[in-house]
Write a protein that binds this ligand. Structure first.
Ligand SMILES: [Ca+2]
Length: 351
């Protein structure tokens, strides 16, 4: 299977859980560049996480930096602030305290990987992530964007372990035997695969995705007072609409309606502290750091952010259950044990 993610905190937790399951054989990771993630840093962290998880030979693809229609641009689009991208702009790129350094755990827990991408992210000042030197056998990135150049060949044997996401998808779905995809970020890379290699895309049989909000509010907290948008949906709704309107036979969405039943509750956080494997300690410390630090430093140090309580609210028993959730890990849990949730057999009609 292929995991398509945005290398954020809960993505990393989800992949750590999935890697331990004997039910799935992970062939490749795709790091989408849309929304929160800085893709070259996300890919570098992914290489290191794969080392930790014993998956050092798994391919990593880097998705487009922009949503469509800006996929192929190598320069920052002049009309980026136009209404056309207003939905994408509501999600800022990660800060140095967030996904880029995995709340500071990346140098404590993640082994150094001999594989890494070779260029610093343009436009993101992060003194704690020094520029890396590209080894001669690693792919050259584009001149201004943190993603590989398009591979001119379609031969799987010449595709690098680090290539554009669509090429990596094609290698494993079109030319290989992967039929299952888990998407826990925007659907930008998946849609790029859809339009670049339509015959390969048609071979996908099952898509799991943490996506959407059906009968509950969204979770893009700063987007609008209405809070209707779910993060992965608003990051690239056009790509999502194309993918979800395709002929993939089995599409299993895990929306906010389900994930809101899986908060970082104090009881569950306590249980994480009892994990004694290296991977378990990593997940425990990462989730504790995000629970303790998320939003608080930027808005009101010492206070915790909760949905209903609002930014900078006092920490209460209710707010602890109403802030950060196991969004992406729940999608993995559904893949491993579908009985953890109840299913409704409808497709969303509004994207
Ligand atoms: Ca994610």
């Amino acid at each position: 299977m292929i995991v398509d993610y945005d290398s954020n905190i809960d993505d990393v937790v989800a992949l750590s859980v999935l890697a331990k399951s004997p039910l799935y054989d992970i062939k490749a990771i795709v790091v989408t560049g849309t929304a929160f993630t800085n893709p070259s840093i996300g890919a570098a962290n992914t290489y290191r996480l794969l080392e930790l998880l014993g998956l050092a030979n798994v391919d990593v693809g880097i998705g487009p930096y922009y949503t469509q229609p800006y996929w192929e641009l190598e320069q920052f689009p002049s009309d980026f602030n136009s209404i056309a991208l207003s939905y994408a702009r509501v999600i800022p790129k990660a800060s140095m305290f967030g996904a880029d350094i995995l709340m500071g755990t990346y140098d404590k827990y993640l082994p150094v990987s001999p594989r890494h991408v070779g260029a610093p992210v343009v436009g993101v000042a992060n003194p704690k992530v020094p520029p890396q030197t590209r080894p001669a056998d690693q792919p050259q990135l584009g001149p201004s964007l943190a993603q590989p150049r398009r591979n001119p060949t379609l031969d799987a044997t010449t595709l690098s372990v680090c290539s554009q996401a669509a090429d990596i998808y094609h290698k494993h779905v079109g030319l290989g035997d992967v039929r299952t995809v888990l998407c826990i970020g925007s659907m930008t890379s998946l849609h790029k695969f859809q339009v670049t290699y339509p015959d390969s895309f048609a071979k996908i049989e099952t898509l799991y995705a943490m996506f959407g909000a059906v009968d509950v509010d969204g979770n893009v907290f700063h987007s609008s007072p209405t809070w209707k948008a779910e993060f992965n949906a608003i990051a690239d709704p056009h790509s999502a609409k194309a993918v979800l309107s395709s002929a993939i036979p089995n599409i299993i969405l895990v929306p906010l309606d389900a994930t809101e039943e899986a908060p970082l509750s104090p009881d569950y956080m306590d249980s994480l502290t009892k994990l004694d494997s290296y991977e378990g300690r990593f997940v425990s410390e990462l989730t504790h750091r995000v629970r303790n630090d998320w939003w608080c430093q930027g808005f009101n140090p010492g206070c915790f952010y909760g949905y209903s309580a609002g930014i900078g609210s006092e920490i209460t028993a209710a707010s602890l259950l109403d802030a950060y959730f196991f969004w992406d890990p729940l999608a993995v849990a559904v893949m491993i044990d579908p009985s953890v949730v109840e299913f409704e057999g409808t497709r969303p009609t509004t994207i």
